[in-house]
Design a binder for this molecule. Structure first.
Ligand code: HEM
Length: 533
């Protein structure tokens, strides 16, 4: 499904044809096995004019929290309901796999955690999740800080040059591109101890990573999976390039895996076992996976795992930082409040693991950004067996029976902006999470209650009883949630410690496009001015 916003002057005949085809299919499918479920009769042209999730939102308001979207040769069930989301993600999680998403990602991530079938997933999750323990995160804060400081230093140099050459006190930068480089450097070092150095240079591997991300985006936003056609991978130029890019990254990862296996040392294993993490030269996840499991780790599986984390952890974090500056630039009083917290916790110093935990307002900014711009905006599942979805909060008491093979879109975007669960849902208000909101009138939904997750680093899906899913929920919840949260907190804090940020143009001029994540069409162009200290 193409979700990218395109020009509105799409030729009328093509749109009419598509609309007719869509209506026909809607009618054909309306008597289908999903029984009395409401059907969204949107025109396919809706999908051309703007990102898909905007239309999914309008249909949610019109048809309710569970509806069927008949589109192309398939029907999708769109869920915007915390009770149904809780069922699909947690209570009956193993009745579902990743469906369409796995089809798209498998050629890139193989049997990595995100697309993995349930058997592989169970095995690998058990091995990988322990790698993200507290001491690893503590070692990572140093990497987040080192990499963010390099970015800030680059900005300071650019500003100096601008002042010297043109007498200007501000620089203009595409912060989306800068955050993308920063997130790539961090994920490379944190996951497999590879220094992409992309903040300061270009390399064939960096180009290949971007090429692969671009193709993943293309595949998730294109109607027809033509790349599955025999010979397409040899004939279609972009598919040939994709294969070349994939080979460059795979060769690089294979080299790193080989090296990690060859340099496995018992002293390092002892340090790992004694949890002497900060004294390890290489604290990466790859080192952990190889050292703790010895030589029995399957190279192909390890490569799939690393590739998955490279992609899962890169664009998501870059997007959070991008939308954070977009929202803060429009809310200068909140930016000042954030800077006041940074000044009082860090002063002009560097973040440490303990200090990062004290940056509470910055963390709330990050989660509020994830509420408004969830990454990804949709979670995708396919039922492996027939199932009965529970009645949602809007009185569908009996729920709906769904057959095996039903594709489900859980619209995190709709949940996060639902007028039924949030006051002023479209406003940027990080403070909202400080107010406890009990539920008295929505049967089956337990409301917001921090006591359900004592000591949680952030307002999570348990606290919100699945009305808020910043990192998904249930067994397939993001394995890197704390990594990502701390990374974003450090990067944002170090930027705001030194700079005031303004948008270069109007907020309306920033065009949003979606693939796997929400990003901009032409960059997040900002003006940076040194803060007076
Ligand atoms: C899964 C969001 C950063 C690794 C997920 C899921 C979400 C998510 C929503 C669940 C997908 C689903 O249920 O279909 C995010 C966001 C991030 C982020 C918003 C940044 C702000 C990271 C990082 C890593 C990572 C930094 C690794 C270092 C993964 C993996 C999975 C996953 C491996 C699959 C987990 C499984 O199926 O067991 N992420 N993620 N993510 N994420 Fe993240």
């Amino acid at each position: 499904i193409r979700c990218q916003s395109t020009s509105t002057d799409e030729p009328k005949t093509r749109r009419n044809l598509l609309d007719n085809a869509s209506n026909l299919l809607t009618n054909l499918l309306s008597g289908g096995s999903l029984g009395s479920m409401p059907i969204a009769e949107g025109a396919v042209s809706d999908l051309f004019d703007r990102p898909l999730f905007f239309s999914l939102y309008d249909w949610f308001i019109e048809h309710g929290s569970v509806y069927k979207l008949a589109f192309g040769p398939k029907a999708f069930v769109v869920v915007s309901d915390p009770i149904v989301a809780r069922h699909v993600l947690r209570e009956n999680a193993f009745c579902y796999d990743k469906g369409v998403l796995a089809d798209i990602l498998e050629p890139i991530m193989g049997k990595g955690l995100i697309p993995a079938d349930l058997d592989t997933w169970k095995q690998r999750r058990r091995v990988i999740a322990p790698g993200f323990h507290a001491l690893y995160l503590e070692a990572m804060v140093k990497i987040f800080t080192d990499c963010s400081e390099k970015t800030i230093l680059k900005f300071e140099k650019l500003l100096q040059e601008e002042t010297l050459n043109r007498g200007r006190k501000t620089i203009e930068l595409d912060l989306e591109a800068e955050f993308s480089s920063l997130a790539l450097d961090i994920i490379g070092l944190g996951v497999f101890n590879y220094d992409f150095g992309s903040v300061t240079k270009e390399s064939p591997v960096i180009k290949a990573v971007y090429g692969t991300l671009f193709e993943a985006e293309h595949r998730s936003t294109f109607y027809i999976p033509y790349w599955k056609v025999p010979l397409a991978r040899w004939i279609v130029p972009r598919q040939r390039k994709f294969r070349t890019d994939l080979k460059v990254i795979n060769d690089c990862l294979d080299g790193l895996i080989r090296n990690a296996k060859e340099t496995r040392q018992e002293t390092d294993v002892e340090k790992l076992q004694q949890r002497d993490y900060l004294n390890l030269k290489d604290a990466s996840l790859l080192r952990f996976l190889v050292d703790m499991r010895g030589a029995d780790v399957d190279d192909r599986q390890l490569r799939d795992d690393l590739m998955t984390m490279l992609i899962a952890g890169h664009e998501t974090t870059a997007a959070v930082l991008t939308w954070a500056v977009f929202l803060l630039a429009q809310n200068p009083s909140k930016m000042k409040k954030a800077q006041a917290e940074i000044d009082s916790v860090l002063g002009q110093g560097r973040p440490t693991f303990e200090l990062v935990k004290k940056l509470e307002y910055i963390r709330l900014i990050v989660v509020e950004v994830l509420r408004l711009y969830p990454q990804p905006p949709l979670l995708i599942r396919r039922s492996l067996r027939s199932d009965v979805l529970p009645g949602g909060y809007r009185g569908d008491k009996d729920g709906y029976k769904i057959p095996a093979g039903t594709d489900i879109f859980l619209s995190v975007y709709n949940l996060h902006r639902s007028p039924y669960f949030w006051d002023r849902p479209n406003e940027f208000e990080p403070e909202r999470f400080l107010v406890q909101k009990k539920n008295e009138d929505i049967e089956g939904w337990a409301g917001f209650d921090p006591s359900r997750s004592p000591g949680a680093l952030y307002p999570n899906e348990i606290i919100a009883d699945f009305a808020f899913l910043p990192f998904g929920g249930g067994p397939r919840k993001c394995v890197g949630d704390q990594f990502a949260l701390m990374e974003s907190t450090v990067a944002l804090a170090l930027l705001l410690q030194k700079f005031d940020v303004e948008l270069k143009g109007s907020p309306e001029s920033v065009e949003l496009v979606t693939g796997a994540t929400m990003h901009t069409k032409n960059g997040m162009w900002c003006k940076l001015k040194k803060r007076l200290t």
